[in-house]
Design a protein around this ligand. Structure first.
Ligand SMILES: *Cc1c(COP(=O)(O)O)cnc(C)c1O
Length: 453
C-alpha cells in the first residue's frame, strides 16, 4: 500500500549541506517582510520548494527527510498521490470550492465516510460540527458548547496541555510563552496535574477528585475537562489508559463533560485512528484537525455527542467552515487508510521500531541526560536541557533531517515522521538523530564521561 513513499535507490543521498552553503541562501524577503512572529522557519534557513512523501526539497534541489511533517499535519506524507489524484479530479470537475456551511457533494461524501469507516465500527454516536479551519477554533467550539450545556464557565485543563492560541483555547494551554502573549487575562480554566506530573506513584486523578469534591477547595465547579492523551507541544507526555478511564470517572462523578483534544495525537499518530481507541473511554466531545484532511489542507471539526449538540443555528460560525477540498482528501484518506486495520497495524509496527531505536540511542547516555518518551509514532528523546535538544536538531538539519523540539523548555526532540514513511527512511532519519545526539553529547563538558560503557 505504501509503495509511493518507498525509498528510490536512484535518488541522491540525503543532503549534507554545510552551514556555509546554508548561509548563502537568500532569505532577505522573509527577513524584511515577514513578521518576527515566524518561528519554525528560523531553524531551517533554506527555501523549501517541493515535497513528496517524507521528503522536502529546497530551491537548490537538496532533499530533507521530514520528521516535523507539519507538526503532525502530514500523517499520510507530503502530496500523497492517492489524495492528490482525487483532489485534482474534483478541481477539474468544477466541484464547489467554497460553500460556507451549505450542503455539498464533497461534504456528503465526507460525512458518509466518517460514519461508515470510523463511527459505526466503533459504535460511536456523534454529530460533527465544522468549525473554522484551525485546531484552535475547534477547541473554542468545544469549550463554548461544554459551557453552554453545563451553564458553568470553568474548564479543567492539564499541566503542559496545548490547545491553541486563541484566547479561549489559550486559557486552557499551559505554556507561558503563549499565555504571556495574550494581552488580556486568561480566564475560565483551572490547570491540574497531568498523568505522571507528580511522579509515577501519584494518581493525579485522585487529587483532581479531591479538589472537585471539596466545596472549599477554591475551584469553581467545571463544565468540562479537556485533555490530550499524548501531549504534543507539551513534550510527549503520555496519559495511561488507566488514568484516562479514571479521569472519565471523575468527570462523570462531578457531572462534567470529557473533551479529548485529538488534534495532534489523532488520525493514526499513536497507532489507532483515535488516540483513545482501546482506552475504554467515551469522550463527550472530540476535537480533530491537523492530519484530518490528510493533505495538509486547513480543516477542523468538533465531534459532539448528540445530546450535547445544543447549538442554535449559527451560534458558532465562520466563513471557512468546511473546506471542500479538504473534504475530498479527508474522505479519500479515511477510505484508503482506515477501512480495515492493516494501516493501523503497519503504524503500530513502525511505532515499535521507532521506540526501539530511540531506546537504543538513549541507552548510550545517562538517564538524567537523554531518555525516550512517547507512544506509537509520537515519540522522541528528552534531553537534560533545551539547549542540548536545540543543538541536536541543528546538527540533524545539517545532515538533512528536519526535526523540531517541544516541551516546556523545548527539551524534547519530537519525531513526527509521516506515518506512511518507509522503514528504510525511518531508520535513516533515526541514524541521523543518533549521530546528531552523539556529536552534541561529545561536545558537552563531561559528555564523554557520562556515556555508558
Ligand atoms: C496544533 C494543536 C492545536 C491548535 O491547532 P491550530 O490549527 O494550530 O490552531 C490544538 N490542540 C492540539 C493538541 C494541537 O496539537
Amino acid at each position: 500500500m505504501m509503495k509511493e513513499t518507498e525509498n528510490d535507490p536512484k535518488k541522491p543521498a540525503i543532503s549534507t549541506r554545510s552551514v556555509q552553503s546554508n548561509d548563502e541562501v537568500d532569505t532577505a524577503v522573509f527577513d524584511e517582510l515577514e513578521s518576527e512572529v515566524r518561528s519554525y522557519a528560523r531553524n531551517y534557513p533554506v527555501i523549501f520548494d517541493r515535497a513528496e512523501g517524507a521528503y522536502l526539497y529546497d530551491q537548490d534541489g537538496a532533499r530533507y527527510l521530514d520528521f516535523l511533517a507539519g507538526a503532525g499535519s502530514l500523517n499520510y506524507g507530503h502530496n500523497n498521490p492517492i489524495l492528490k489524484e482525487k483532489l485534482i479530479e474534483y478541481i477539474e470537475y468544477g466541484g464547489v470550492t467554497h460553500s460556507l456551511d451549505l450542503h455539498t457533494t464533497a461534504k456528503e461524501r465526507f460525512l458518509d465516510a466518517l460514519n461508515e469507516v470510523i463511527f459505526k465500527p466503533r459504535d460511536m454516536n456523534y454529530v460533527v460540527q465544522f468549525t473554522g479551519p484551525t485546531g484552535s477554533n475547534a477547541v473554542e467550539a468545544a469549550l463554548k458548547i461544554a459551557r453552554k450545556v453545563k451553564g458553568r464557565h470553568n474548564i479543567i485543563a492539564f499541566t503542559n496541555g496545548f490547545h491553541g492560541v486563541t484566547v479561549g483555547a489559550m486559557a486552557a494551554t499551559g505554556n507561558s510563552h503563549h499565555r504571556d502573549a495574550s494581552g488580556v487575562p486568561l480566564v475560565g480554566a483551572t490547570h491540574m496535574p497531568f498523568d505522571g506530573y507528580l511522579g509515577a506513584d501519584v494518581d493525579t486523578t485522585e487529587y483532581l477528585d479531591r479538589m472537585l469534591s471539596d466545596p472549599s477547595s477554591g475551584i469553581d465547579h467545571p463544565a468540562a475537562a479537556i485533555v490530550e492523551t499524548v501531549q504534543g507541544e507539551g513534550g510527549l507526555n503520555v496519559a495511561s489508559f488507566d488514568w484516562l478511564r479514571k479521569l472519565e470517572r471523575v468527570c462523570r462523578k462531578h457531572h462534567m463533560l470529557l473533551i479529548v483534544d485529538d488534534i495532534q495525537a489523532g488520525c493514526g499518530r499513536t497507532g489507532t485512528f483515535f488516540s483513545f481507541d482501546g482506552a475504554g473511554v467515551s469522550p463527550d466531545i472530540i476535537t480533530m484537525s491537523k492530519s484530518l484532511s490528510g493533505y495538509g489542507l486547513p480543516f477542523a471539526v468538533t465531534m459532539i455527542k448528540p445530546e450535547y449538540d445544543q447549538w442554535k443555528p449559527g451560534e458558532h460560525n465562520g466563513t471557512f467552515r468546511g473546506n471542500n477540498h479538504a473534504f475530498v482528501t479527508a474522505t479519500t484518506a479515511l477510505r484508503h487508510f482506515w477501512s480495515d486495520d492493516s494501516f493501523a497495524r503497519e503504524v503500530q509496527q513502525k511505532g515499535a521500531l521507532l521506540m526501539k531505536r530511540l531506546d537504543e540511542i538513549a541507552a548510550r547516555y545517562d538517564d538524567s541526560l537523554v531518555r525516550s518518551k512517547g507512544r506509537g509514532m509520537m515519540c522522541g528523546l528528552t534531553f537534560a536541557t533545551g539547549e542540548m535538544a536545540g543543538a541536536v536538531t541543528r546538527e540533524a538539519f545539517e545532515m538533512g533531517l528536519v526535526i523540531e523540539t517541544s516541551g516546556p523548555e523545548d527539551e524534547v526532540v519530537k519525531c513526527l515522521a509521516p506515518l506512511v514513511i518507509s522503514e528504510q527512511d525511518l531508520l535513516q532519519g533515526l541514524d541521523i538523530l543518533e549521530q546528531a545526539t552523539a556529536k552534541v553529547m561529545a561536545s558537552m563538558d563531561g559528555g564523554a564521561d557520562s556515556a555508558a560503557a
